[in-house]
Design a protein. Structure first.
Lengths: 269, 257
């Protein structure tokens, strides 16, 4: 299926959508297609919002954001994310934030079809009072622990290096929470660099059977300016460029129209 | 090496270089260190170069035993995955490696630090209407709770070293002794805050940060001026051993790669 058909059939207005990829294999092309198709009122879920969600938030696609770290890794802050939270531009965004450990456990609980995960964390922090967590007592030892609710997105979208013709997917390098996100979600899309006749096992590779994946779509270079280990390189210069360019609202909107929406004349706010 | 060379080197070194070198020295006898990007990462790579070639570098992205030749821009740079002993998922990183206390030392940064080394990386101002929205918690709260000890690396400025945090993202020593034990934390918590002016360490009894070390050429008045509370100074205040020629040239070579 083409990426455009895949997004059209899987992502609806108002959906809770998780585009995952922990600094690696970030599904930029799929996120861009969501914006090109004009999806609205999304609940965007992602551990590290990164540049892709900065773009989506700045284009007014998100009603709500669920996350654990909203920064430009190694460079600084995310200006569109900040502007939305600090000033409500281009629209106010409701937030639910967690720690990385909390988000990772929430995905794992979703993948296991458990209502919650139990962990050590959040205690003593101000975050506990501003998010959805609850204390729970271990029935065996009496230890006080923290429960976090399972994440169950409507749609998970991830990028991987390869799929075979049956739709089995293999990714290698930093694996993030991609497998958990797919298994936790109602529907899923995996974009891949290439489709091969046979998957060749890679050290540390994770294979995901095709029958648990909704749709596989070919999208070469689909993780740029992030990267797909062994195939494309991380464009660190772009991450630095983004920090400068995205500070200004008008400049950002023009850049998005020209480079992502491929349309210089339509206002998208 | 002559004393003269060392003095020349020390005078040459910038405050930031001294901060990085002091952080690297702390890893001499460490087996595993958890690091984010920026100065902590530079310090850990430097430690592998000059003090401790067997040091295991662990990055939040899941790379365990990474051996980067270059300073990575992000915690997810390809070189970290390609050189790692093991690359694990995020749930595994937190549940199997960080949570059980398998990592000896963690380097953390923050936008605000209070007198008990609690950290804020969430917001400046009110949570619902922040003046500045910062990136948020990331892995810090659980890293600080569970790693063997925490070393905070931050620029020494009044807006960073504050009497009261706008938001407590990460618990250091709470409001004093006994808090970590009560909360069930396994690690010792912050054992040092390394800045570009000196080193602060918690008083063993009160857990309040005390100035224990100043870098060459820095005077105590300046450190106090740049701290937003009445900073206590240790009776045994030491001056940082100046960078050696080896440390400084290794650091500069690393930054040039």
């Amino acid at each position: 299926m083409s990426l455009s058909d895949a997004v059209e059939s899987l992502v609806g207005d108002g959906d809770a959508v998780a585009l995952e990829g922990f600094t690696h294999l970030i599904p930029f092309e799929a996120g861009h297609e969501i914006m090109r198709q004009g999806r609205r009122e999304l609940e965007l879920i992602r551990m590290t919002p990164d540049l892709l969600y900065d773009q989506m938030i700045g284009m007014g696609v998100a009603r709500r954001l669920v996350f654990s770290y909203g920064g430009n890794p190694g460079v600084g802050g995310l200006h569109r994310f900040r502007d939305a939270i600090e000033n409500g531009w281009p629209r106010p965004v409701e937030i639910e934030e967690h720690s990385h450990a909390g988000m990772a456990n929430r995905y794992a609980a979703g993948a296991a079809d458990m209502p919650c995960a139990v962990m050590r964390g959040y205690v003593g922090t101000d975050l506990a009072a501003h998010t959805t967590v609850a204390p729970i007592t271990c029935p065996f030892t009496g230890e006080r622990l923290t429960a976090v609710p399972a994440l169950r997105p409507d749609v998970a979208i991830v990028h991987a290096q390869e799929a075979d013709r049956e739709g089995n997917v293999q990714l290698w390098g930093i694996p993030g929470v991609q497998k958990e996100a797919i298994l936790a979600s109602e529907r899923s899309l995996v974009t891949v660099e290439r489709i091969v006749d046979e998957l060749e096992p890679r050290p540390g590779g994770i294979t995901i059977p095709g029958w648990v994946i909704g749709v596989v779509a070919e999208a070469p270079g689909g993780s740029r300016p992030s990267y797909s280990l062994g195939i494309t390189d991380r464009d660190n210069d772009f991450y630095k460029f983004w920090d400068k360019m995205s500070r200004d609202r008008e400049q950002f909107t023009e850049w998005m129209n020209a480079n992502v929406l491929h349309n210089n004349h339509v206002s998208t706010a | 090496m002559t004393v003269e060379t060392r003095d020349t080197q020390a005078q040459d070194a910038t405050a930031g270089e001294i901060q990085t070198i002091v952080a690297a020295r702390r890893l001499r006898d460490t087996r595993t260190v958890f690091i984010g990007v920026g100065r902590p990462s530079t310090a850990a790579i430097l430690a592998r170069m000059v003090h401790n070639p067997d040091l295991v570098l662990v990055y939040e992205s899941g790379t365990i035993g990474a051996k980067p030749f270059h300073i990575p821009l992000s915690i997810g740079d390809g070189e970290l995955a390609e050189t790692a002993d093991a690359v694990v998922t995020v749930p595994e990183m937190f549940n199997y490696w960080i949570g059980p206390g398998r990592i000896d030392v963690a380097f953390l940064g923050a936008a605000q630090i209070d007198p008990h080394a609690n950290l804020n990386s969430t917001v400046i101002g009110d949570y619902d209407h922040p003046k500045t929205r910062l990136p948020g918690a990331g892995g810090a709260p659980e890293i600080a709770a569970s790693c063997g000890e925490v070393i905070v690396i931050a620029p020494h400025a009044k807006r960073t070293f504050v009497e009261k945090l706008d938001f407590c993202t990460t618990v250091g020593h709470g409001d004093g002794p006994g808090v970590r034990e009560r909360l069930g934390f396994r690690g010792k918590g912050p054992t040092a805050v390394i800045t570009d002016l000196g080193v602060l360490e918690p008083d063993p009894e009160t857990k309040e940060l005390v100035l224990t070390q100043i870098h060459p050429g820095v005077d105590v008045t300046r450190v106090k001026e740049q701290t937003g509370w009445e900073l206590k100074v240790s009776d045994a205040l030491e001056t940082t051993e100046p960078p050696t020629a080896e440390e400084l040239s290794a650091l500069r070579e690393l930054l040039d790669r």
